[in-house]
Structure formats: structure tokens, C-alpha cells
Design a protein around this ligand. Sequence first.
Ligand code: SF4
Length: 437
Amino acid sequence: MFILFYGYDMKESILHYVWQQKLFNIQNLSSTEGERLEVIDVGKFNTDAGPDFFNAKIKIGLTIWAGNIEIHQNSSDWFKHHHQADKSYDTVILHVVQKADTEIFRTDGEKIPQLELTFPQEIELNYKQLLEEKKWISCADKVGDIPSIFIQSWKTFLLTERLEHKMESIHQLLHDNKQHWEEAFYSVLAQNFGFSTNALPFKNLAKSIPLSVLSKHKDQLLQLEALLFGQAGLLDENSTDTYLLSLKKEYFFLQSKYALQPLSKGQWKLLRLRPVNFPHIRIAQFAAFIHSSSKLFSKIIDHPDIAYLHSLFNAEPSAYWQNHYVFGVESPAKKKKIGTQSVNGIIINTVVPFLFCYASQKNDQALKDKVLQLLETLPVEHNSIVSGWDSLGIHARSAFDSQALIQLKKCYCDDKKCLRCRIGHKVLTISQEKFVK
Ligand code: SF4
């Protein structure tokens, strides 16, 4: 069973692709009635109900027609899908088929012109091979033949697409936070401090205590720590540790003042984490970060450069955490600032998407360009996807490239969307072109 594309089977997917990319012999076309046919505009692919391509333009004989195109493997599919009784298909000006096995009609009985599409068989064979291939990516054996300059321009598209996808969840977050950029930014930023293991508890922690409450105490680090550790449920310990006792005292007062409901301690994960990534350390870092910054997102908009961002996220947790990883257990002294790689991760996953979203909303192209430049100055991320591409000869030079390659793997290769991929386009037409490296 082949994987469907655009909701169609393989044969129809190929026909759509060939039509959209004009991979058929565009010269000397004629309708099934023998009239000369010229394709002026193939139209726009329709992903909703109705004909397959909207707003196409063709010339049959001496008449120019503007309207929609429907594509099937056989003409008789028109009747299988009951289009002869569906008025939304009356706008079809051309039925494009692989085999014209019957005449077709509109609801009023008028005949619809048809075109039998012929195209190189290699395209279908190459696509079948891609669908059946079980390697890490379907075109693993061929991608190395694609000129790097071509892949670079595809990466730019992929990166923008990735940022646009991320914008969708930011829009939802803004909606949930009454269009308050700082609150929305704070909640996503908090998740970053949990990294993958404790992202959800951190998200819940941010939800349980609004930034507006933390901001009132931003000058008092102990109060910030008390609010965050208390809300995290991590003060629920029987210990005589002086620091823990002072946090508890502060928290009980603030909890009743703001009627706060703490989370359950059980949701935090420590198993298999390096001590430096324990939630206690991450919360202490987050508290220090809130303590040292205000109107954070506004500052970032004004200074979207890597040096400034690193200085912002360079906050040091309070002295207690220099020789503790959890409450009440001393450990050798060690500074516990957020590491450079972690800060880069925060910039890539939170700062960049938020800035891009803000720039899009304000129609600020200069800021958008700065955001893309920022990604170009950040080092490549290290993960299995980037390594996979590297082993195939597709190398990332910056976070810009690695983000684009992650998008390609996750949103195209994994779903076998090779017909929508520019590399796929090259691979499918590989026998008809001589690549120039
Ligand atoms: S989506 Fe593109 S890069 Fe991925 S396997 Fe298909 S052709 Fe190759």
C-alpha cells in the first residue's frame, strides 16, 4: 500500500505533480476531440473540497478559458465520484486524465473538454522507488548528487516554513494571554528551563504563577525563589536546612496573599538527569534570571544579537546553589550558570520564533532579517537529525542550516512528501537532467 499524498493515491498524486510542475510535453497538445490546446496557467492547487486546481487558464482552438481543472487517472472516475451531478464541478474547464475512457458532462449535460496527459515514465518509477525505500531518508542514495547551491536555497524556504509553523502556537499563546507578549514569552521561556525532561512541569509552573506576580517581587531574589520553589511543590520537605526554612516562611505568606495553588512535587523528574540539570538548579537559575531582567521581550526586540542575549541569560543562581543540587545536601562548590549550549538552545527555540512572530505581526522586514542573521551566527545544533544529514554529505554550517534540515526531515522525509520537496523534484526528474555540481 502506497502512502497517500494530498489525500490521493500514488497515481493521482503523480498526475497532480506532473500538471503542477508542467512536466508534460507542453508543445503540440490537443484535446481528446483533436482540438489544439494550450496551457497558459496550470492554476493553483486546491487542498479543500472541489476541483483540484483553481484559476487555471487554457486555450482550446481560438478560445481562451479561465476556470478550474479536475484530474483523474481515468475519465470514468468523473462518474465514480459523482461529479456529473455536483454543481461545484460545473466550473471545470478541462478534465486532465491519464486515460480518456469516456466522455464527461456538466450537470446541464454540456460536454467538458479532456486532455490525456503523457509524461516520462521515469517520473513515476522514481517516485515509486522513493515510496518503497526504507533507508533513513528515501533519497539517501541520490541526495549527494544535488548541487549544494540548490540545497541552500531550499534551506531558506524550509527555515521560514519552520518559523511560520512555530508562529501558529505563539498566536494561540498570545490569544490565551490577552495579546500580552511578555507573559506569553515568559511561559515558553520557562519550558526551555525544563529542557525536554521537565518541560511540562515548568510549563505548569509558569501557568500557576503569572509573570505579573513575579514582577512585583523581582528585586527580592529570596521571594522569587520562594514563589517558584513553593509553586513547584518542592518546599514540601521535612528538613532543618536554614535556607529551606526561610523559603517556606516567605512562601506561606505569599501563597496566602495571592491565593496560590502549588503543583505536585511528583511531576518533577530527577531520574537519569545530571545533577546540574536537576529541577532545583533550573528553578534557581530561572529565579535568578527573572531577578536580573525586566521587560525582557522588549529588550530582546531592541537588541537581537548573540552577545547581548548571552549576557541576558548569564544569571547566576543564589549562593546556596553553589554547593547544593537539592535542599539540605551539601556538594562540592561549583558555579551553576546556564551553559552556552543551553542558552543557544533557548535562543533557537524561543527567542528566534518569538522575534520572527513579532516582526511578522508588525510587518517589520528589517527585524525579520536580523532574526535570520541571528540564526546564521549561532552554531549548528548537535542531534541525530543533523548527524544523519551530515553522513549523506549535506552539511550544516549554522543553526540556520540545522533548523532547516530538521524541518526537512520531520515535515517532508518522515511523511514521504517527496513530491513537495525541491530535492524530490530533482530526484524525480533525475534521468532527464544532467546535474552540474
Ligand atoms: S522529502 Fe526530499 S529530501 Fe526527503 S526523502 Fe523525499 S526527496 Fe529526499
